[in-house]
Design a protein around this ligand. Sequence first.
Ligand code: SF4
Length: 275
Amino acid sequence: MTAQLELLSARDALGPDPIPDLTAADLIVYSSSGGKDSQVGLDETVRLADAAGVRDRIVVLHCDLGVTPRGHTIEWPGTIDLARRQAEHYGLRLEVRRSAKWASLLHRIRDRGQFPNLFNRYCTAIKRDLSRKFITEQVAALGITRRPAQVVLVLGLRAEESRARATKPAMEIDQRASSGRRTITLWYPVLRWSTAEVWERIRASGVPYHWAYDQGMSRLSCSLCVLASAQDLTCAARLRPELAQEYADQEAEMGAPFRRDLSMAEIIQRAKAAA
Ligand code: SF4
């Protein structure tokens, strides 16, 4: 009995999540990080958009967090190229956006004088602002004037990844970002997928995935994420020692640790010990 229960995914147990009416969408923006959840979310979005006959309304967006003062990408090397190949696999175009104000997340951290944390995620606000600005541009280009444009913003979030995500509905109106000109529906098509289901679909799709997974990372996005597990951070510091050193020098300069419970200097020590 226990074994049978373990084989049930959250989707099996809870039933299908609601899906927005894609035929009513003027625009479907898929927010891609290039990571595994994002990749499988795109595959599922395309499948459901095809069923509705609206694949041509999808545009894939990647919000890049830039290059540090010493010339290292905040995100994993190869991520933008991979996100482009993933989009092109479905015949979709990839748009890349970066902050006009901050050359990189590390520039923003230096200005702020502390690293982001769970309760002050100003790092994700950079991406959120880029995505809203992108939607504003795209809606203006649609030229819809007599009614609010209907926009579906799709993200490959999964409930397993955090407690906050576990309580999210699979779709909701983004009231803050909606206006008289646009209604934005947030949609998380793989919210209740398990990690096993994600990898199963990736293998079945034949779409390339990021090299960092085969090097030991369990999650992607920023190479050195303040919310990552100590194991992933140690792995990332081993794979990207120069970026880790730049973060360590930044924490020394600010006198504020990367994380209250774990400094970057300590992460580097762990990475060296594990090598
Ligand atoms: S991956 Fe981590 S550090 Fe990067 S923007 Fe997201 S929460 Fe912030």
